[in-house]
Write a protein that binds this ligand. Structure first.
Ligand SMILES: *Cc1c(COP(=O)(O)O)cnc(C)c1O
Length: 879
């Protein structure tokens, strides 16, 4: 699920800068009750002596407590080893003779967690005391946590030594950690990068998400090349990073009846009640003590089980309610950029939003401020439309529970939320059938009908029926649909796209009417990635080389990525180029080793590594790539053995998951696997062309692939990829970019210079009006492409009938315009081959690419959110 950033505001000075809403004092709502020792999320606000202002110790003998409270994290080798041995022996109850890598990993993780918890408790108490504004994030692909925690704490070397003394190696233990795959593609990974940057930039940001029992499925490839899906029981061996908090819970209701009473209020009763239980994951900042919180919700039945049924002898019925509640957080929906439209999915969305808002509201009330000041202490960032139900949910809490007058409540709501749009693809825009929403959330549907959207538009554009219909929250088809993007825009004070082109398209296509209606509400914040994971952690060789030439201080450039510009001084230095290429070769060897181990295929590390890894989707056009591969293969086959010696050798790698119900995407995987089989078995192209589909793409596999790339492909139909972050990861690791003029690739080209990237294909302006039926036949659109399609039909890569629907799509409508871009794609590939032969010039391009990637740090992006949207400032925890 998407981003919600719940920020609590950095205090009075900043808050005063906010436009102060004019409220009718009659409608200020109930004054909050003060509690003695107010617990916040993790800390508490200590009572203070009224005269001296000193904190009053909460309980017992202060000296005994203080002596026992762990204040010094273990930092020397002995105390680190002691902590590991202690956890191995007591927490997981193992002895040296039965401690395996998996057990040792748990013990080490728990020792590291001890450190994190001290910082985390201090950070949260500090936030509670200073009452900064807070922000939420979800659908996470955090990948592995241990390496990241050790890096951020600056303890990697010390732990490595201690682990060595205990007879293990850090690398093996790192490898035995499972990825936390709680999200789908780029969106979830983006949220994880933003959490890392929030903590590193010392911003008071909270993440909220669901603790799915099964994360993104594990991908297997069947003998015929098709994708199979297996469950991902990532929690089976326990998760040492989370802290279970059975005391932090929120009741959530579904179904039932909503009865209007007075002044816009209603009571919502009956239906199904479940409880959300919190699990907290500390998020350490890089080289700071600030440690933020990611709170993941578990669904549990409200009353254990139904005793009445149990006593009546119906045991199955008695545990049924428990099963129904737990089903809510059982499994992640595996769609990326596609609306699933299932009731359970809407239930997950509401469960997540209601639990998080209930929690935010409780923490806000602990501050003892009037409810009208809510937006000065809380911002909530809607990461895509998935958490949009938070808008009617906050209205429900304010109006029905806090008894705030309707229009005052609406003023609070529209000063609290901001919305990030992540796609303009029609199939990805969420719409929910009204009967479904009405049944599941009867009160929310009433609230949505009460939002005075219609009247506001009517006032500004009297009689403009078409505009009114387009801007409505309801799509008046049968059945009627609720348009989540419209609700998100209307309920938010800022709306942003995620790259320049995308933000333009948002304002000129899908949300055009709203951009006209609310001038100033729309803006751009280009995505970013964290250089800690996507350079230092995944590419230690390059990181060390960069540190060496930039003056030996890694933490400086990793916190200010613009310093990479200093690399340009050495771009032509042959000695430096040699070291640069040696690092690349080492990364290619590391990957080649993995490929041999997992697939048995031996790849030529002197060949150009050409990589396309991302979710498999028609708009991302893996089809364009594989059709180009077939063309290349046929061309090489036509050459004489003598001519073949002049071909630039390539290893072409694919990886990515297709949504299990996405037939066309799964067929693409099948085609890639079968092309690879034919090519790799053909002695004519041995060592010159190798093609592979690596199964089960994940953050960890990305960390292995990305540093090894000479070139990577980001070849979406212009106007369809909102930003992309894969493009940034590759360029930050010195891989050159082959891409269309789309998303953030445009800005990468602007930063690193057009001469250092390979761009091709139609521009969005050419294509905008062509998403229509293609009348011209395929032969006329591209003869080379027609020939490639015929080879597939004729069975060169296995039974051609299997691929009929894929081929017919391209020969017919060709919605994603493969045939429009095919020839220019092949041309670009020829230019790439030529450029690779001049190694000094290629290496210079690689160095310059890395040097100018500073803009794409998620630190820059998160600071923009903090300054331009949330109005929050860093809140540093002192040493
Ligand atoms: C970065 C990342 C993505 C996003 O890649 P794009 O090329 O931007 O689509 C998807 N999955 C994983 C595991 C990633 O790390």
């Amino acid at each position: 699920m998407p981003i919600t950033v719940a920020a609590t505001n950095g205090g009075a000075a900043k808050a005063a800068a906010l436009p102060v809403p004019v409220f009718d004092p009659q409608h200020l709502g109930k004054p909050p009750k003060r509690r003695a020792h107010k617990r916040s999320a993790t800390g508490y606000i200590p009572e203070r002596d009224e005269k001296t202002g000193d904190e009053i110790w909460p309980r017992g003998d202060e000296a005994t407590w203080k002596k026992g409270l762990l204040t010094e994290p273990p930092e020397d080798e002995t105390s680190i080893s002691n902590a590991i041995v202690h956890h191995a022996q007591t927490t997981i109850a193992r002895q040296p003779y039965n401690l395996d890598d998996a057990g040792a990993y748990q013990a080490v993780a728990l020792a590291v967690r001890d450190d994190l918890i001290i910082n985390w408790n201090d950070t949260q108490s500090h936030f509670t005391r200073t009452a900064p504004k807070v922000v939420h994030v979800t659908r996470l692909r955090t990948g592995r946590a241990l390496d990241n925690a050790l890096l951020n704490l600056g303890l990697r070397n010390k732990f490595s030594d201690s682990i060595g003394k205990l007879g293990f190696t850090l690398e093996d233990l790192l490898d035995s950690e499972r990825d936390a795959g709680l999200g789908n593609g780029g969106l979830g990974r983006l949220a994880a990068c933003y959490l890392d940057s929030s903590a590193s930039m010392e911003l008071p940001v909270w993440g909220y998400g669901l603790r799915y029992k099964y994360g993104i499925f594990q991908q297997l490839i069947a003998p015929d090349g098709s994708q199979l899906e297996a469950p991902d029981p990532w929690l089976n061996n326990g998760n040492p990073w989370e802290i279970h908090r059975p005391d932090v819970k929120v009741d959530v209701r579904f179904y039932g009846h909503a009865q209007r009473i007075n002044r816009g209020r209603a009571v919502w009763t009956a239906g199904q009640e479940v409880v959300a239980i919190a699990n907290d994951v500390p998020v350490p900042g890089y080289r700071t003590r600030n440690t933020n919180n990611l709170r993941l919700w578990d669904a549990r039945p409200k009353s254990g089980f139904d005793l009445l049924s149990f006593n009546a002898g119906d045991y199955h019925r008695a545990v049924d309610s428990s099963n129904q509640a737990e089903a809510i957080t059982r499994v992640l929906y595996p769609n990326d950029n596609h609306d699933a439209g299932k009731e359970l999915r809407l239930k997950q969305q509401y469960f997540w939003t209601a639990a998080s808002l209930g929690d935010i509201m409780r923490r806000f009330k602990d501050l003892g401020k009037p409810i009208t000041e809510f937006p000065q202490y809380v911002s909530i960032q809607l990461n895509d439309t998935h958490p949009t139900l938070a808008i009617p949910e906050l209205m429900r809490i304010l109006v029905d529970e806090e008894e705030v007058e309707w229009s005052t409540a609406w003023q609070i709501v529209i000063r609290t939320f901001a919305y990030t749009n992540h796609t303009v693809l029609p199939e990805a825009l969420e719409k929910w059938p009204i009967p479904l929403v009405e049944n599941l959330l009867p009160r929310h549907m009433q609230i949505i009908y009460d939002i005075p959207q219609h009247q506001a538009v009517e006032r500004k554009y009297p009689g403009d029926r078409d505009r009114l219909a387009r801007m409505s929250l309801i799509d008046e088809t049968w059945p009627k649909f609720l348009r989540m993007a419209n609700l998100a825009v209307i309920g938010s004070f800022k709306v942003n796209g995620v790259a320049e082109l995308h933000s333009q398209l948002v304002q000129t296509t899908i949300l055009k009417d709203f951009a006209e209606f609310y001038p100033g509400k729309f803006r751009n914040i280009t995505n970013g990635i964290t250089p800690r994971r996507w350079l230092d952690q995944c590419n230690p060789g390059l990181s060390a080389l960069i540190t060496e030439v930039l003056g030996g201080k890694k933490d400086e450039w990793l916190k200010d990525l613009n310093l990479l510009k200093g690399l340009t001084k050495y771009q032509d230095d042959p000695g430096f180029q040699k070291k640069w290429n040696a690092v690349k070769l080492q990364n290619k060897e590391r990957l080649a080793h993995y490929i041999e181990k997992t697939t048995g295929v031996i790849v030529n590390t002197d060949s150009m590594f050409d990589i396309q890894v991302k979710r498999i989707h028609e708009y991302k056009r893996q089809n364009l790539n594989i059709l180009g591969v077939i063309h290349r293969y046929l061309e090489i086959k036509r050459k004489t053995p003598e001519e073949r010696k002049k071909v630039v050798p390539r290893t072409i790698l694919f990886a990515g998951k297709a949504a299990p119900g996405y037939y066309a995407a799964k067929l693409t995987i099948r085609l890639i696997v079968n092309v690879a089989r034919v090519v790799n078995a053909d002695p004519d192209v041995k060592g010159i062309l190798t093609v592979l589909f690596l199964p089960d793409y994940s953050v960890s596999l990305a960390e292995l692939l990305i540093p090894a790339s000479d070139i990577s492909q980001h070849i979406s139909t212009a106007g369809t990829e909102a930003s992309g972050t894969g493009n940034m990861k590759f360029c930050l690791n010195g891989g050159l970019l082959l891409g269309t003029v789309d998303g953030a690739s445009i800005e990468i080209a602007e930063e690193v210079g057009e001469e250092n990237v390979f761009m091709f294909g139609h521009l969005v302006e050419d294509l905008r009006y062509q998403h229509q039926y293609h009348h011209v036949n395929i032969q006329q659109r591209s003869q080379t492409l027609a020939a490639v399609l015929d080879e597939i039909s004729n069975g060169r890569f296995g039974d051609g009938h299997v691929y009929e629907s894929l081929l017919n799509t391209i020969r017919g409508n060709d919605y994603y315009l493969i045939s429009e871009d095919f020839d220019s794609y092949l041309k670009a590939q020829e230019i790439v081959d030529e450029a690779y032969q001049d190694r000094a010039s290629w290496t210079k391009k690689s160095i310059r690419t890395v040097a100018f990637m500073g803009k794409f740090s998620s630190d820059r992006a998160i600071i923009q959110y903090a300054e331009e949207i949330w109005n929050i400032e860093p809140t540093k925890l002192k040493a």
